[in-house]
Unconditional design. Sequence first.
Length: 135
Amino acid sequence: MYIYEIRVLVKNKGESGIFSLIIKLMASPRNDRFNKDDAKLAKYAKALSHPARIVILRQLSSLNTYSFSEISGEIPLADSTVSQHIHELKKAGLILDRYDPPKIRYSINSKNWRTARRNFKEFMKTSPGKAGENL
């Protein structure tokens, strides 16, 4: 855990002063401590954890590329929210973007999509065991 102290000078009418704000930040998870395939699977699962992202991927799978306006026109969310979902899919490596003036075109990253499918398929072969049957 990292601790930062920020000192802020405040000036109000007739008043001035300094106050401290202490921020505690948790270190990000260290994926290098885990199996490479497990870390990738977790990254893909996180990217797929919202229905809007599933809709985006379904759209992209039906055609080669889509522009942002074509994607956002099919999703009942604000453009800024759709943009954030696209960002998460890009961060996970599931989609690619290409600048095609005046638009940006999006498509599925076929290589990473195949990797994600393989990793999910292998994971789903894992038996849950008998522990959950007694609940």
